[in-house]
Design a protein around this ligand. Structure first.
Ligand code: ADP
Ligand code: ZN
Length: 828
């Protein structure tokens, strides 16, 4: 018997191993095995196939070392999804495997050192002091991994010294497979008195009457184990619950009860993921009843699902999309199926999680990157144990969980760029992969957003692939907020601007604060990407060929087009107003916060950005505090645009809308509309207290500003889709970015040029570049980028085949140069 095994290495395809006869009975697809890989290493692989034919090169085939699982860790159709991801996003399946499994399920070997026996005393005498220190450390520890040894020696590298000592026979070294996963153990206390036997109970209390602690402990155990309730069986009480119930006894008292034979203490391994007591939803709140408009939307979704497997719910901000999701989730769970609720960044969804937990109780599972690896393993195992209907809220990586019976995938805020993984491979879009996952399960996908991506809206309208349901009114007769656009150039001419803030904005904020309302100041940091701008007329240079703003590159002091690679000098005078006023700019949230606190010295201010939310709880605290009106003003980056629901916000101030609009990217208009509309959505969300949005801009006539002012998504879409058609951007083409990297800048450049020209002979002007991306050096590697834009009608399969063959053709050259290549398919 032979098995093909996927290994967690950046390599394509599976590797064949022989199965020793005694293991054959335990082999099945999806189980983990330990296999040798590379010199002296052992890794965890997943069995993908079983064969009974000898491979051609049988001598090179190694044996499976161990089968780790009783039952598969990876279940159908997970491996299919992995292969789809590898194929579509052009990366090795090994990289997908690495991303899919929590580390605790991927055991790896590490080098372990031990002192050798029978060493002649002369040998020790000949060792240097440093070597002797190592030998002593190893002896003290008995058996120690190279890593721990290095740590105990103050962090200096020990590999070379150790391998010399191994050669001299003083130390022994071997590979040992380590399991980093730690199970949680729980002590359980069970009364040993027969239920209903009151005489025995009395006797028991009699026997502890001299120790008050023991008495109290026994009393508590009897109470918590439902000993006195004849209708339910006695159940064990956990140590934690018991000690939490009262401070009148200690664990020693309980142990004394055990010695007297009154209780039994057992230790059980439990999952870190223990469901709360209301597991059946007993204490859960009822489903919210829907408004007529919401009920109509829900009906529309059900109807759309009859003919389409993907449906877009376009619901304006605060229309109550979450309430509609809850009804769908309930519907699917009642059919006994599972739901995956994808959110762009789980750390940003404390509020959402609580809302779902109130209704679905313990059927809610959460999976995200801020969990420890042990916690992730527990959830994985929990999902394998056929947990029945449940809803998993998670970031994109929760796609990889072992769903057995998925009925629905919800992708909330489908427009969010953070669904896309940049680094490392697989560089996948969680939304698109979710649609594939759902189809593998025969499940439906609902995409939800107030500002859908142009691609998605196209598919839901002209494209005809997806269904479309629109919900264009806010819940509870609340109006969308009024939007006032402030022309910063005009205000400056009137000297009515102080620093970053116009007087109009400041006055409106003051009025709101006086009325006891809260303010949000939004400042986009994405716009931090440096660019040139005219101080006088605010003109930002654009590329002549691509209609995107140019990015400033410091090392060469040039402006470059991110798309076609055209390079321009920084103009000495402004091409628009001919004043010598071009400057390079960029500024951050911290400075905005300083400005705001100077304007409103009495207000309590919170700041929400990457820097203030580094710790696990920080984000939740800031949101809770602002929600509870413990602060008056929230200053933040695009984080404040993400699926929040505050009741008291009167005004949202957009410090500089141009930051968003002038991003050097064909998606800049879409992104600007999304951000401005989403952040506006935070104002005036409750009835009776309308909200106001103040947008400061130097380009008040920009079409995007007009659409935001009218909250006109369909109008924006009509405008934007024409731009895309004209410049053949998605959805009328697909974009694949190809990255070449090398330690040496000139090698990276020459390989990339060579590569691009070879591609060009086959694909013509679909090939753009190479260019140096805005972040041109990562981890001491220089990166060059080639952009490929392929018409949607063309066969993407063929194009990918061409890409691969050009790479193979160049491979010897690339190999010689040591340059690496990777792809980013459908970049966002
Ligand atoms: P969206 O996600 O579409 O922006 P939310 O789901 O956050 O909107 O709803 C906005 C606000 O209206 C929330 O405070 C929510 O609790 C409330 N709401 C919406 N629909 C209902 C409903 N059917 N019953 C009660 N409250 C609702
Ligand atoms: Zn260009």
């Amino acid at each position: 018997m032979y098995v093909s095994v996927i290994v967690p290495r950046p390599l394509d395809g599976a590797f064949t191993y022989r199965v020793p006869q005694e293991m054959e009975a335990r082999i099945s697809i999806g189980k983990r095995v330990i296999v040798p890989f590379g010199p002296r290493r052992y890794v965890t692989g997943i069995i993908e196939g079983i064969q009974f034919t000898r491979p051609a090169d049988v001598a090179a085939v190694k044996d499976v070392i161990e089968v780790l699982d009783e039952s598969p860790t990876v279940i159908h159709p997970q491996i299919k999804l992995w292969h789809w991801l590898a194929d579509y996003y052009m990366c090795p399946v090994g990289d997908v495997f690495k991303a899919a499994l929590p580390a605790g399920l991927k055991l790896e070997s590490e080098s372990v050192v031990e002192a050798a026996g029978d060493v002649e005393p002369e040998v020790y005498e000949s060792l240097s002091d440093d070597d002797m220190k190592i030998v002593t450390a190893v002896r003290d520890k008995g058996k120690v991994s190279i890593k721990d040894l290095a740590r105990s020696m103050g962090g200096r590298p020990v590999e070379t010294a150790v391998s010399k000592l191994v050669d001299r026979g003083v130390l022994e070294m071997y590979e040992s497979v380590v399991n980093r996963y730690r199970r949680v153990k729980m002590s359980l206390v069970t009364p040993l008195i027969a239920k209903g036997d009151n005489a025995a109970l009395q006797a028991a209390f009699e026997s502890v009457k001299r120790s008050e602690g023991q008495q109290k402990a026994l009393l508590q155990i009897v109470a918590l184990s439902s000993f006195n309730n004849a209708t339910v069986p006695t159940r064990p009480v956990s140590k934690a619950d018991l000690l939490e119930a009262s401070a009148e006894y200690t664990w020693e008292h309980v142990q004394a009860l055990k010695r007297k034979g009154l209780v039994d203490i057992s230790v059980r391994e439990v999952s870190r993921f223990t469901a709360p007591e209301d597991g059946d939803g007993k204490f859960a709140a009822p489903l919210p009843s829907l408004s007529p408009a919401q009920a109509e939307a829900l009906r529309g979704i059900h109807e759309s699902f009859m003919s389409k497997s993907v449906t877009l719910l376009h619901g304006v901000t605060s229309s109550g999309k979450t309430e509609i999701y809850m009804h769908l989730i309930d519907h699917v769970m009642k059919q006994g199926r599972q739901v995956l609720f994808l959110v762009p960044e789980i750390a940003l969804t404390t509020q959402l999680t609580r809302r779902l937990q109130r209704v679905f109780g313990a059927k809610v599972r959460i999976y995200h990157s801020k969990f420890t690896d042990n916690e992730r393993v527990d959830i994985w195992r929990d999902m394998l144990g056929s947990p029945g209907p449940c809803v998993v809220i998670g970031a994109r990586s929760s796609l990889f969980l072992p769903f057995s019976n998925l009925g629905l995938v919800i992708v909330d805020e489908e427009h969010e760029p953070s669904y896309k993984q940049y680094d490392p491979a697989p560089r996948y879009n969680g939304r698109d992969a979710a649609i594939v996952l759902a189809s593998l399960h025969g499940a439906k996908t609902l995409l939800g957003s107030a500002t859908p991506t142009v691609e998605t809206y196209y598919k839901a309208t002209e494209g005809g692939k997806y269904g479309l349901v629109s919900l264009l009114t806010r819940y509870g007769d609340v109006c969308l907020p009024d939007i006032e656009v402030i022309d910063l150039a005009a205000e400056r001419r009137k000297h009515a601007v102080d620093g970053a803030f116009s007087n109009v904005l400041v006055a409106e904020g003051r009025r709101m604060l006086r009325d006891g309302r809260q303010l949000i100041f939004f400042h986009n940091r994405r716009g931090f990407s440096p660019r040139a701008r005219c101080r006088q007329c605010q003109f930002v240079p654009k590329c002549d060929h691509c209609d995107v703003s140019l990015t400033y590159h410091k090392h060469s002091n040039t402006l470059e087009c991110h798309y076609c690679g055209a390079i321009y000098p920084v103009p000495k005078v402004c091409p628009n107003c001919h004043e010598p006023a071009m400057e390079i700019e960029g500024y951050g949230t911290e400075r905005i916060e300083d400005g705001v606190s100077a304007l409103y010295p009495d207000a309590r201010i919170l700041r929400l950005d990457l820097d203030t939310t580094r710790s696990k709880e920080a984000y939740g605290h800031i949101i809770d505090d602002f929600s509870a009106h413990k602060a008056d003003i929230l200053v933040g980056t695009q984080m404040v645009t993400k699926g929040l629901d505050f009741g008291d916000v009167g005004m949202v101030g957009v410090v500089n809308a141009d930051n968003v609009i002038n991003y050097p990217d064909f998606r800049s208009a879409e992104r600007a509309f999304n951000m401005l509309e989403q952040v506006s959505g935070q104002a005036g969300r409750r009835a009776g207290a309308p909200g106001k949005v103040m947008i400061q801009t130097y380009t008040p006539d920009h079409p995007v500003i007009g659409f935001v002012r009218r909250h006109d998504y369909p109008g924006f879409y009509e405008y934007e889709i024409e731009q895309r058609r004209q410049f053949v951007y998605p959805p009328f083409s697909r974009v694949i970015n190809i990255f070449i990297r090398h330690r040496d800048r000139s090698v990276a450049h020459s390989v990339a040029r060579d590569y691009a020209s070879r591609l060009r002979t086959l694909l013509g002007n679909r090939v753009n570049g190479p260019v140096e991306p805005p972040v041109a050096r990562v981890a001491s590697q220089y990166i060059m980028q080639v952009m490929l834009r392929v018409e949607t009608e063309a066969s993407i399969k063929q194009v990918k085949a061409i890409l691969r063959s050009v790479y193979v053709e160049m491979n010897s050259g690339v190999e010689k140069s040591g340059a690496g290549i990777y792809y980013d398919v459908d970049p966002v």
